[in-house]
Design a protein around this ligand. Structure first.
Ligand code: IMP
Length: 178
C-alpha cells in the first residue's frame, strides 16, 4: 500500500503506527482551496485513483488557531513557507487566548474512499522550542504536557498527535478487513 506524500516526516510518523509495509510515493496532486481538510483529501483521492495502481492513502493536515478564527487551517503549508513560526508568534503577540488544534485527515482508497480524522488540542507556545519534528511542532504544546511537539521524539508525539490518531483509525480499519 502506498502513502502518497512528499513529506518524509509524515511518512516516518505513519510507519510507526500503520506498519513497515507502507511505501512512500511522492506524486503531486491538486490541493484545492476548501474550508476543510476532508474536502481537500477527497478531491486528492479522486485525482489519484485514476493514476495509481493499488490501494493508497493520502493525508491532509493543518493547524487551527482559535484566536485567529482557525487560521492558518487549510493554508498551513503555505503560511509555514511564507511567515513561518516567527510570523505566527508575531500574530499571537499580546494574545492570551492561545488555544489551537492540529487536525489530520487520512483518506484511504481501496475502491471506496474512507476518511479518518484525528485531532490534537493544545496551545501556541510563547517561543519557539525544540528541534524535533517539522512545521509548527516547535510552537505547539499539546494538552497534558508542558513541552512542544518539537521537544518530543517521534514515538512520543505520535501518542498525542492528530496524525497518530488518524493513522490509528486507518490501522484499525485495515485490521477489521483481514
Ligand atoms: P499539508 O497537509 O501537506 O497540506 O501540510 C500541512 C502543513 O501543516 C504542513 O506543511 C505543516 O506546516 C503543518 N503541519 C501538519 N502537521 C503537522 C505536524 O504534525 N507538526 C507540525 N506542523 C504540521
Amino acid at each position: 500500500m502506498f502513502f502518497i506524500t512528499g513529506n518524509k516526516h509524515k511518512y516516518e510518523e505513519a510507519k510507526i503506527i500503520v506498519g513497515n509495509d507502507i511505501e512512500m510515493l511522492s506524486i503531486s496532486y491538486p490541493e484545492i482551496q476548501a474550508d476543510t481538510p476532508e474536502e481537500v483529501a477527497r478531491y486528492g483521492i479522486e485525482y489519484l485513483k485514476e493514476r495509481i495502481d493499488g490501494n493508497f492513502f493520502i493525508e491532509d493536515s493543518g493547524l487551527f488557531i482559535e484566536a485567529l478564527n482557525g487560521f492558518p487551517g487549510v493554508y498551513s503549508s503555505y503560511v509555514f513557507r511564507t511567515i513561518g513560526n516567527e510570523g505566527i508568534l508575531k500574530l499571537m503577540e499580546g494574545v492570551e487566548k492561545r488555544k489551537a488544534q492540529f487536525v489530520s485527515v487520512v483518506g484511504y482508497y481501496d475502491g471506496d474512499i474512507h476518511i479518518f480524522r484525528g485531532e490534537s488540542k493544545g496551545v501556541i507556545a510563547y517561543e519557539i522550542k525544540g528541534s524535533e519534528g517539522f512545521g509548527y511542532d516547535p510552537i505547539f504544546i499539546p494538552e497534558g504536557d508542558k513541552r512542544t511537539f518539537g521537544e518530543m521524539k517521534r514515538e512520543e508525539k505520535n501518542l498525542f498527535s492528530h496524525r497518530g490518531k488518524a493513522m490509528k483509525k486507518l490501522k484499525e480499519y485495515l485490521a477489521s478487513r483481514i
